[in-house]
Write a protein that binds this ligand. Structure first.
Ligand SMILES: *[C@@H]1O[C@H](CO)[C@@H](O)[C@H](O)[C@H]1NC(C)=O
Ligand SMILES: *[C@@H]1O[C@H](CO)[C@@H](O)[C@H](O)[C@H]1NC(C)=O
Ligand SMILES: *[C@@H]1O[C@H](CO)[C@@H](O)[C@H](O)[C@H]1NC(C)=O
Ligand SMILES: *[C@@H]1O[C@H](CO)[C@@H](O)[C@H](O)[C@H]1NC(C)=O
Ligand SMILES: *[C@@H]1O[C@H](CO)[C@@H](O)[C@H](O)[C@H]1NC(C)=O
Ligand SMILES: *[C@@H]1O[C@H](CO)[C@@H](O)[C@H](O)[C@H]1NC(C)=O
Ligand SMILES: *[C@@H]1O[C@H](CO)[C@@H](O)[C@H](O)[C@H]1NC(C)=O
Ligand SMILES: *[C@@H]1O[C@H](CO)[C@@H](O)[C@H](O)[C@H]1NC(C)=O
Ligand SMILES: *[C@@H]1O[C@H](CO)[C@@H](O)[C@H](O)[C@H]1NC(C)=O
Ligand SMILES: *[C@@H]1O[C@H](CO)[C@@H](O)[C@H](O)[C@H]1NC(C)=O
Ligand SMILES: *[C@@H]1O[C@H](CO)[C@@H](O)[C@H](O)[C@H]1NC(C)=O
Ligand SMILES: *[C@@H]1O[C@H](CO)[C@@H](O)[C@H](O)[C@H]1NC(C)=O
Length: 795
């Protein structure tokens, strides 16, 4: 009597049976002959880490055999068996060992997936075991340990610790990762991460043919084009090359950190880290930018790095398969809203049927054809005469033509000079051209329309300005979004005519003030703001939206004539510099407090860089701009001012004494300044937090060591780490924490911006989520140390 028949006998027995089933599904890590997996049955690795069974991704109603982390609520599928052939009824499908293979039988008991070994093993001697590292293996039940087959050698999209990604010289086959087709379909997609034995490197390929990324070659420790790989102490990569195979594999340095690499549907390899045992956090992606992924948006799609979603269609085109786009598969791209006639019936192109629409600032793949052409008209004619020509560009003497579908288009930012004006072929009946038919009417209409509109707007502006004047004279406040618009008189009164100065700087002085409701505020009188009132208000309100516990809150502003002021929450404990460099017995910052300040500032900056809608670079991170509230919780001040001050900002910054020590080298070298400039300044500030002294040696004494160099040497070469601590702390500090902060500081002040960590990564290290590796000694520190007059540079 089979198990099934027994179950049918009675209700009682059914319950019993369920219990037996669930016992089976929880206890076993093995499928042996005569056992099969159906429905919700699973096997679990012996340590309870991984689970194997049927799953259906997202909202799909299709089922696949997969492996996932058992205890992690956010399900992460690390391997899929039947990637291409799903089943629709998991109760009548079976995963079982048959003829020495592990096979998946569909509802009609037809084999749709198999390990495909041509062994002579009998049914009963082979078993499938799920191991605690996530590897599913097939081996002889008894006797030899040799593994007949393993999922690690047949990876899907995820690279697990211990798995080998490389090249099998015996089968002459690569082992590589392939993306899922979309977020609900594990079938192999267009993107793969492969090993290139010639260069001892990894490459990413589109459709297995077009390379769009490389790791750079392996030097025994890291890949040349992923310098930041050294930052975290998570992985130990090794390269193996023997007569049978060559491959990379890695182990985890800290077994309690759970991370995985996968080739995401986006065509980027993402490193994910498990947070709080429940959700996955992406902490690294290659390529770094989404639009670097070849043809990510498909044919006639445009990738725009500064917008979400990244993909859109060229004007005059529509999404080919809406459903795919909603599942994050953009590869099918776009098609013309109105198809070209010459395409439809194969007739030769008719000049009247098609027109060209200009798209600005596009980057394009290599053109198909280059002609020397006297005029843009000739260039257009050349494209028009050939139905397969879909776009042209003209640069004054040369005419570039593109044939067939356009892939890998990228919308470049304004001011990125490398983009081109590209004319794309559309049907002349496209709605985009229709308006040009009655140009004149439209022109007249719009002129009349805009005159009326201008008059109306002027009237409104007058009314608003007038009423605001009245309001201000009456000391009232206007609330704009999150912010209060103060009148000049209000702030003059609140600050007792600007009598209590809290501080000054390149951007203006700060005064203490008390509002009528007795709230204490800090009023910053801005200097050198040349913006008009409207733009100023717009910028200020974007700053006002930004709120985070580690950022000083902007309460309001005042703009009246040339007076522009910002009103902030008042911070009782002033700025960090006064506690570090101006020490009295009463205000010594204990080590614990310093560590929390370092962490808080990192969180504030990470929020500015990563979480806000538009990345905000602070540009002026220094102890003066870190304020402390009554509980010494740090708040970053003066963010967003770069935009307010526009071009004046960098001039003010670079001519300001004192700030120079915090300026990243790219300010001077002329390389693009990014958020990594803040990371550099933050690193310099960390050194000061440890030493309690400015990173300068104004003293004539040649024996005074330049602290960052000294700290870096002790950190890297070993030494008494507590020796580095501010003398007022009398060596009271946690060695581990001091060492951690010094390592982070060294990583942050690397000359090459790409090697510096992001502020988000700094937070993870300081919170103890990630271990940090020993940093390399920044080259400029080395150079500085060898130059006797180094102090001149940084005073
Ligand atoms: C499933 O569908 C619902 C409704 O259409 C949607 O809100 C939800 O986000 C979908 N879930 C996934 C994982 O796609
Ligand atoms: C099972 O697979 C076979 C072969 O692929 C197919 O012909 C059959 O329709 C499948 N059965 C079901 C119920 O899908
Ligand atoms: C394995 O079992 C299947 C059915 O259970 C049977 O058809 C097949 O002949 C067996 N193979 C061997 C090598 O015993
Ligand atoms: C599998 O079942 C068959 C008959 O159903 C039996 O002869 C064989 O011994 C079983 N094998 C194992 C390994 O239990
Ligand atoms: C099989 O593996 C076990 C544990 O890994 C080991 O102790 C044993 O010696 C191995 N046996 C053979 C025959 O290799
Ligand atoms: C590696 O180099 C050899 C000879 O130089 C060449 O035949 C082979 O195609 C190359 N392999 C790859 C993956 O580029
Ligand atoms: C990918 O390459 C295959 C041939 O290798 C080709 O048939 C297919 O059309 C290509 N896919 C796309 C999306 O271009
Ligand atoms: C990295 O792995 C290799 C080989 O597995 C081992 O020899 C080496 O000691 C490991 N290094 C670290 C830092 O764990
Ligand atoms: C290569 O494969 C052969 C046969 O499978 C095996 O005997 C040998 O030990 C393998 N060499 C290495 C270095 O693993
Ligand atoms: C995560 O789980 C492990 C073991 O399951 C446990 O030891 C650890 O404390 C958990 N960590 C958190 C942050 O919940
Ligand atoms: C084919 O193209 C010609 C020329 O543009 C047009 O007149 C004709 O109507 C088209 N025929 C069909 C069947 O679309
Ligand atoms: C293209 O870039 C130029 C400057 O490089 C800019 O003036 C223009 O507005 C941009 N056009 C679009 C559509 O972004």
């Amino acid at each position: 009597m089979s198990l099934k028949n027994i179950c049918n006998m009675s209700f009682f027995l059914t319950i019993l049976c369920l219990c037996v089933n669930s016992l089976f599904s929880h206890a076993a890590d093995t499928i042996s002959a005569n056992q099969s997996l159906s429905g919700d049955q699973t096997i679990v690795s012996s340590g309870g880490i991984f689970e194997l069974g049927f799953f259906s991704p997202g909202n799909s109603s299709k089922y696949y055999i997969g492996i996932w982390y058992k205890r992690i609520p956010e399900k992460a599928i690390v391997w899929v068996a039947n990637r291409e052939i799903p089943i629709s009824n998991k109760d009548s499908a079976q995963l079982r060992v048959l003829d020495g293979n592990l096979v998946l039988l569909n509802e009609s008991q037809i084999k749709i997936w198999s390990t495909d070994l041509t062994s002579t093993a009998s049914n009963s001697s082979v078993i499938a075991v799920l191991l605690d590292n996530g590897n599913l293996i097939l081996r002889e039940k008894s006797g030899s340990n040799s593994t007949l087959w393993e999922s690690f050698n047949n990876p899907s999209d995820t690279w697990m610790p211990g798995a080998k990604i490389g090249y099998d010289k015996r089968t002459k086959r690569g082992r590589f990762l392939t993306s899922w087709k979309n977020s609900e379909d594990p079938a192999p997609g267009l993107f793969s991460d492969e090993f290139d034995p010639n260069g001892t490197q990894y490459v990413m390929m589109w459709n297995r043919s077009k390379q769009y990324w490389t790791s750079g070659s392996w030097d025994g420790h890291r890949f040349s084009l992923i310098p930041e790989m050294g930052l975290f102490r998570i992985y130990n990569f090794t390269y193996v090359d023997n007569e049978n195979e060559s491959y990379f594999t890695f182990t985890r340095t800290n077994p309690s950190t759970i991370t995985r690499f996968n080739m995401d549907v986006s065509g980027r390899v993402k490193q994910r880290l498990l947070m709080n045992n429940e959700s996955w956090n992406v902490f690294g992606s290659q390529p770094r930018q989404q639009c670097e992924v070849y043809a990510y948006c498909g044919a006639f799609g445009i990738c725009n790095q500064d917008s979400l979603p990244f993909c859109s269609c060229l004007p005059g085109f529509k999404i080919k398969h809406d459903n795919d786009w909603s599942l994050m598969d953009y590869s099918a791209g776009c098609v013309r809203e109105i198809s070209l006639q010459c395409e439809n019936n194969g007739s030769t192109s008719n000049e009247k049927n098609d027109k060209f629409l200009m798209n600005s600032n596009l980057s394009l793949p290599l053109r198909s054809q280059l002609l020397t052409s006297g005029s843009i008209g000739e260039c257009e004619g050349a494209c028009l005469s050939n139905c397969s020509c879909s776009a042209y560009a003209y640069d004054g003497s040369q005419c570039s033509l593109w044939n067939g579908e356009l892939f890998n288009l990228q919308q470049l930012a304004e001011g990125d000079g490398s983009g081109k004006d590209v004319y794309v072929r559309l049907s002349a009946s496209s709605s985009l051209f229709v308006k040009s038919k009655n140009d004149k009417q439209i022109v007249i209409g719009s002129v009349v329309g805009s005159v009326v509109a201008v008059l109306v707007i002027l009237a409104i502006v007058f009314a608003v300005v007038f009423s605001r004047r009245r309001l201000m004279a009456g000391k009232s406040k206007v609330v704009e979004g999150f912010l209060v618009a103060f009148g000049y008189k209000d702030l003059q009164n609140a600050t007792k005519n600007f009598s209590e100065k809290l501080g000054g700087g390149g951007f203006g002085s700060v005064y203490k003030g008390t509002l009528p409701d007795s709230t204490v505020v800090a009023v910053k009188k801005l200097e050198s703001v040349s913006q008009g009132e409207k733009q100023f208000r717009a910028e200020v309100s974007t700053i006002g939206i930004i709120q985070h516990v580690n950022l000083v809150r902007l309460r309001g502003f005042c703009v009246q004539g040339n007076n522009k002021m910002l009103v902030y929450d008042y911070m009782q404990n002033g700025s960090l510099d006064s506690h570090l460099f101006d020490v009295k017995k009463s205000n010594i910052l204990k080590w614990k407090t310093r560590y929390q300040i370092a962490l808080g500032v990192a969180k504030g900056l990470a929020y500015l860089h990563e979480n806000c809608k538009n990345c905000i670079i602070h540009f002026d991170v220094k102890p003066e701009n870190v304020l402390l509230d009554n509980e010494f919780c740090p708040k970053v001040a003066d963010f967003g001012l770069a935009k307010l001050l526009g071009g004046n900002f960098s001039r003010v910054l670079t001519t300001m004494r004192g700030t120079i020590g915090y300026l990243a080298p790219e300010w001077i070298s002329g390389v693009e300044v990014t958020a990594k400039a803040d990371v550099y300044s933050y690193g310099m500030m960390l050194f000061e937090l440890v030493s309690g002294k400015r990173n300068t040696t104004n003293s004539e004494d040649e024996n005074v060591r330049y602290f960052p160099y000294w700290a870096a040497s002790v950190t890297i070469e070993g030494g008494d780490i507590l020796d580095l601590l501010d003398p007022v702390l009398e060596r009271e500090g946690d060695i581990e924490e001091v060492s951690n902060i010094c390592k982070v500081a060294c990583w942050c002040v690397q000359g090459d911006a790409s090697v510096r960590p992001s502020m988000g990564q700094v937070v993870q290290i300081l919170e103890g989520v990630m271990d940090v590796n020993l940093p390399p000694l920044p080259r400029w520190l080395q150079v500085l140390a060898e130059t006797p007059a180094h102090s001149a540079l940084y005073s």
